[in-house]
Design a protein around this ligand. Structure first.
Ligand SMILES: [Zn+2]
Length: 338
């Protein structure tokens, strides 16, 4: 099967080259307030950037923009953020074929942990694992032993996880159980890129994983798909809300949806920006999820918090109480522990 990078790595990566443009000044002082926190900020080590460049992927900014925590905090100036590692790409043979893929993933996690250590009260590191690799649980344990407040990023597309495969399902259950034991919050890129991904996967996640493990704090990245807002995004949200209304989602879990990379006002590699009609529909879907269940995140370097929060206000026409809910009240990364 041929896999293209768009599908595997999704939006996070392919927006790296997009230029955000200059930040506009506030029109009316005090009217807009930048979000205080950002639940989805990427960092990549110079080693990882080099690997991408060797694959011919151009980067529009200098390496510090993506790799240096000081630069990231300066560019995306929020009080607290979740810093999301991307070591999982090493688990995909389309990206890396070396025998030392696992070591590379470990070193990427170490890079994220070191960056976070510099700002212990501002930055929560999210390490990543390749859940189907035999060393996956060991790596999670190792990272928890270094930083007890670590979060876990899983990317079902890059790692090609199919809950419809019994052995994948078993492995994910094991990892979720471990995350629950360590009270490690999970950021899940759920969409595995399969054309049929959707309702059946949501049902499997809820009934065969979440029902089987103890309390978890889980955030579904990009409203459940790989960015943008399309038919599939709606199917995933519809499936979750149907299961919720049927009482199938165990209340012991805290499940939220991260709006990063959803409200796109620009095109990028196969992912279309939203039309005005789609923005209106997205607003209805935000209401369906409930603002108390939506987390603000930028998928930096895709957007900065200042720019993306303005898009949410302007394009979704959020009333003040709604934007307050998304942008401020419900997203402090430090509340991720139950
Ligand atoms: Zn991301």
């Amino acid at each position: 099967m041929t896999i293209n990078y768009n599908c595997i790595f999704s939006i996070s990566l392919f927006f790296l080259f997009a230029c955000n443009g200059p930040e506009k000044k506030k029109d009316v002082p005090g009217q807009e307030e930048n979000p205080k926190s950002d639940a989805h900020v990427h960092i990549m080590s110079p080693q990882l950037i080099k690997a991408w460049k060797e694959l011919g992927i151009p980067f529009s900014k200098n390496d510090d923009y993506y790799a240096n925590i000081d630069s990231i905090l300066k560019t995306n100036n929020v009080a607290v953020l979740n810093l999301i590692g991307m070591g999982y790409v090493y688990g995909n043979p389309e990206f890396y074929q070396g025998n030392d893929a696992y070591e590379k993933l470990v070193s990427e996690n170490n890079y994220v942990l070191r960056a976070a250590k510099k700002y212990p009260t501002r930055v929560t590191p999210y390490i990543s694992i390749d859940p189907l690799h035999q060393g996956a649980t060991e790596e999670l344990k190792r990272c928890v032993s270094i930083h007890s407040d670590v979060g876990l990023k899983l990317h079902f597309n890059t790692s090609q996880v199919y809950l419809t495969e019994p052995d994948h399902l078993e492995k994910i259950r094991e990892i979720f159980a471990l995350a629950s034991k360590y009270r490690t919050p999970i950021l899940l890129h759920f969409d595995n890129g399969h054309p049929k991904f959707g309702k059946p996967d949501v049902i499997l996640l809820v009934k065969s994983v979440l029902s089987e493990v103890d309390a978890l704090n889980i955030t579904i990245a990009h409203f459940g798909t790989s960015g943008g807002f399309n038919q599939k995004t709606k199917q995933v949200i519809d499936a979750f809300s149907q299961l919720k209304s049927e009482g199938e989602i165990p209340s012991k879990h805290r499940i939220r949806f991260d709006i990063s990379a959803v409200a796109l006002d620009k095109d990028s590699d196969g992912v279309k920006k939203l039309t005005e009609k789609e923005f209106s529909e997205l607003k209805l879907y935000c209401e369906k999820i409930g603002y108390e269940n939506i987390v603000f995140g930028t998928d930096y370097p895709l957007y900065t918090a200042a720019i993306y929060s303005r898009i949410l206000r302007e394009k979704l026409g959020l009333e003040k109480f709604e934007s307050d809910s998304i942008l401020h009240k419900n997203l402090a990364p430090r509340d991720t522990k139950q």
